[in-house]
Design a protein. Sequence first.
Length: 202
Amino acid sequence: MLDPAEFGDVDAAPTVIVMHHQAANLGLPCFDTMSGKFAVVVSLSARFTHSDAAEHLLARLGAISESETARYWSVTERHWRSLIERAYAVTNTSTRTQRPDFSAQEVLSGKPLIFVQDDTRSSGENLYQMRGKTLPNNAVLLESFNLDPIRLWIKTIFAPRELYAQYYFRELGDGQWGFYGVTAVRQVSAIISVKSLINRAA
């Protein structure tokens, strides 16, 4: 389990590590879907402050629609831009009927939660699955991966279940939290750079 010292200082730049042909769990109790080795694994660790109750943080993790406000620094275009055009939770994979955002209780239920994202670096809406669980030491683990092929025009960037992410949050006390995020891909497309994967990990 991660030591609190590994999260660094509050508001310090995150620590980023890039690995090739590596397992993605890196010592964390991950879900079985993240077993085996990945072509590229990007890990990011940091410490941040969050004064509200843990349930509020979990509710934010389930607030899929709020990800539409996320912005990122484009390493190719060298300016800030929107990451998600549209995002919403759905009831299931077949009908894709839109529903309200997931609650904190749903996030930690361990059940698959399905959502749709249309990001600015791919073509069209894509289906994802996520689920979460509690861990010892006041920690939470969240996992997500793509169910649809992610394409850019006619080129497939990621086949289904090739783009994985896991997010580890640990309450450290005094309003501080440790964060450890991993983005991992089974196969690497020629049009995806490692710097872009670092953006996804953040």
